[in-house]
Write a protein that binds this ligand. Structure first.
Ligand SMILES: [Zn+2]
Length: 189
């Protein structure tokens, strides 16, 4: 029976790397997969999932208006669907993915950030945390060696931003993953 998976972490933990490796494992065995990524994140160019360690793959973009159940149903049968930047899904789209798992019997593997730089859940991640059959953490470390679970967004002055919009696309240079203790210190708590 197919399952809905959520692989979550903070920034720069290697989620895209894990996604690309898993997708490769299917393709290597001649199985067809569908790769989806958010149109919000165009760091890798449109329709591409790229990892910091240098691997990448073509992907289809989704926008909040897309009905992902229908996108997947049109392409069925598929061995697996992979969703990168899953934090940018709407709650409705998380339900559409759950329906694809249940009604089309296609496994869906979502990879996304749990919280934003303010420590708030992303809407897509909140819905997936509620709906997923299996939830796995992709781990990374703070500079102190503890597990990093939070992220700060650095402003042009190098200080942690306390306010601003939830979505601002950037890579290593503008986000730093920290343990909660050091995140609180960076945020002035
Ligand atoms: Zn720390």
């Amino acid at each position: 029976m197919a399952k809905l998976f959520l692989h979550y972490s903070t920034m720069n933990a290697g989620k895209s790397t894990a996604l690309l490796q898993a997708a490769h494992n299917y393709r290597e065995r001649g199985m067809e997969v569908l790769l989806l990524t958010s149109a919000v994140d165009d760091r890798a160019g449109p329709g591409r999932i790229a990892s910091r360690i240098g691997i990448s793959s073509a992907a289809e973009c989704f926008v909040p208006e897309d009905d992902l159940f229908h996108r997947i149903a049109e392409r069925a049968p598929l061995a697996c669907v992979f969703v990168d930047e899953a934090q940018f899904l709407t709650a409705q789209q998380a339900w559409q993915l759950a329906r694809a798992v249940d009604d089309l019997d296609i496994p869906v593997m979502c990879y996304g950030l749990r919280t934003d730089f303010r420590g708030d859940l992303f809407p897509g991640s909140a819905a997936l945390l509620a709906l997923a059959d299996e939830i796995r953490e992709v781990r990374t470390v703070c500079h102190c060696g503890r597990k990093a679970t939070m992220v700060v967004r650095l402003g042009p002055d190098g200080a942690a931003a306390r306010e601003g919009s939830q979505v601002q696309i950037g890579g290593n240079e503008s986000y730093v993953s920290l343990c909660r203790r050091h995140w609180r210190a960076a945020m002035g708590d």
